[in-house]
Design a protein around this ligand. Structure first.
Ligand code: NDP
Ligand code: OXD
Length: 310
């Protein structure tokens, strides 16, 4: 039987994904009609980007799953027309990209690279740079991305703590969880990396109260989602010097509006939601593996629990 697979995303994505998806389907021996337009009641699987025009899933009566092209699902979990399984993207290429981006920014702050890069001989000041073993980094969110980041930072010698919703045991990492573990995580966060999903429970994880619980001079790196931080509270903490610097890749409104105070703040680094990107070749294999599982009657991987919002 030929499977009808709808690719519902912006046209530029189709250009990137068409060939690798066809190749991954062929490699898996799946006979498929893959297209950007298919009669809704004939569609078996929907490969989906949340910014696609498809927002009403009601006519997709035969579809077995929606396979998201993004890791973040906050704009779909509330869609009341969606009643079939929703899988989020876990892609080795995306994970590698996130590990590299976070590690780069952790090293920038850990080593104080900005102040050591000299443009003027008069500033020739020698100092002994710190070693990773002297620095405590907390990863808020120990999921697919946070765990990979934590493992790399452990390999580099950092003191790594992770905070998640459910308990975990991970060698080399101090694993804390739930509201009860938050105080300890904040107190250890000389560098805080936010890799939580955007859910009602994670909104404003960093707020006026929790920011004061972080060590004075702490650094914040947020490649997670904008709503994880109360922006006004962060700006106040930066102005007071309690937080030394924030590197922000994601925002409540994107692109970040031109008049937002983050742009001009000397202690804020803005990057345009580029921390990590799905890589079409590896992401296609992940998508096709879930289609294979669906057809074999095996459980889908990386299913979203819509009651939790991630
Ligand atoms: P996962 O779902 O694999 O991991 C989420 C982690 O957050 C889990 O460890 C989970 O805990 C934890 N968590 C969720 N809710 C809470 C809570 N209330 N309290 C404490 N911990 C909580 O997601 P990924 O690692 O794949 O991705 C994380 C986020 O990164 C995405 O949701 C997306 O927003 C962002 N992202 C950003 C990109 C960028 O370019 N800037 C690119 C890709 C993703 P538990 O383990 O117990 O479930
Ligand atoms: C994602 C992202 O969620 O790019 O995949 O932020």
């Amino acid at each position: 039987m030929t499977l009808n697979i709808l690719f519902a995303a912006r046209p530029e994505r189709w250009k990137t994904y068409e060939a690798p998806l066809r190749a991954a389907l062929a490699d898996a021996g799946i006979d498929a009609h893959l297209a950007t337009e298919i009669a809704p009641d004939q569609v078996d699987y929907i490969v989906y980007a949340p910014n696609s025009p498809l927002q009403d899933f009601t006519p997709y009566t035969r579809a077995k799953a929606v396979l998201n092209l993004w890791a973040g699902v906050e704009t779909i979990t509330g869609n009341e027309t969606l009643h079939i399984p929703l899988a989020r993207m876990v892609d080795p290429g995306l994970t590698k990209g996130m590990v590299e981006w976070v590690t780069g920014h952790v090293m920038r702050h850990h080593l104080g690279m900005d102040s050591d890069i000299k443009r003027d001989d008069a500033q020739w000041v020698y100092r002994t740079p710190p070693l990773a073993q002297e620095r405590s980094v907390v990863i808020f969110g120990l999921g697919a991305l946070g765990m990979a980041v934590a493992e790399t930072l452990v390999m580099l010698g950092f003191k790594v703590t992770g905070w998640s919703r459910s308990p975990k045991e991970v060698e080399g990492i101090t694993a804390l969880h739930g509201p009860g573990g938050l105080d300890k995580a904040l107190a250890a966060a000389e560098i805080a990396v936010l890799l939580l999903p955007d859910t009602p429970a994670t909104e404003n994880t960093l707020n006026a109260q929790t920011l004061t619980q972080m060590p004075k001079g702490a650094f914040i790196i947020n490649p997670g989602r904008g709503p994880l931080i109360d922006d006004d509270a962060l700006l106040a903490a930066l102005d007071s010097g309690h937080i030394a610097h924030a590197t922000l890749d994601v925002f409540r409104v994107e692109p970040l509006p031109q008049d937002h105070p983050y742009w001009a703040h000397p202690s804020v680094t803005v990057t345009p939601h580029i921390a990590a990107e799905t890589r079409a070749s590896t992401a296609s294999q992940a998508l096709v593996e879930n289609i294979r599982r669906g057809e074999a009657g095996e459980p889908f991987l990386n299913l979203v629990d819509r009651s939790l919002g991630y």
